[in-house]
Design a protein around this ligand. Sequence first.
Ligand code: PRP
Ligand code: URA
Length: 210
Amino acid sequence: MDNQVVIFDHPLISHKISILRDVNTGSKQFRELVEEIAMLMGYEALRDLPTEYVEVKTPITTTKSKMITGKKVAIVPILRAGLGMVEGILALIPTAKVGHIGLYRDEETLEPQEYYCKLPNDIANSIVIILDPMLATGGSAVAAVDFLKARGCKNIKFMSLIAAPEGIKKLTSSHPDIQLYCGCIDEKLNENGYIVPGLGDAGDRIFGTK
Ligand code: PRP
Ligand code: URA
């Protein structure tokens, strides 16, 4: 896998994903874990934020010390399940703006259907991080990146907790210029387009709708 895709091989993330997978994990713990994993992944995804030296007066002396500068960060959860990751990233960048893209998969065709899109006005000049726990066929992810590019976004990252090889292939081939961060790669999709072994339906598990 080239460096367009970062796969997290970290004990904290692997451990938390294993609890997410467990069919006996309830919605409260599931939500907490999704937020925590997003924060851990965000630490790496934000590694290339631009910084500048500013002068700081410490109790001992005056020094030049780095602070984040320049480009703004926008986070864009794909509704519904992406909402579960928002607070984890906001804990790292409280000033980030939040846009929303509403997509659901048609259960027959697995094609993404749009039902909502509200993005910050100045998003074109931001570093944009799309959030969705599941990258399955890749249809929803590709549609979300299409929207953002149509709004002029150039610096786009996509973060998912669990990805299928099929989704990674589709997203990287459709959009070779975006950076992907995946908590892990699973084996395959089943005949219904669900990730195997996966964790089931992320939206239903976050919001307790099944
Ligand atoms: C899930 C998930 C992704 C999409 C992934 O959402 O959160 O958005 O499926 O599948 P894909 O890669 O094949 O497009 P879903 O459509 O179930 O909507 P929901 O979050 O509202 O439940
Ligand atoms: N969406 C989910 O929530 N889970 C999957 O496994 C695939 C798509």
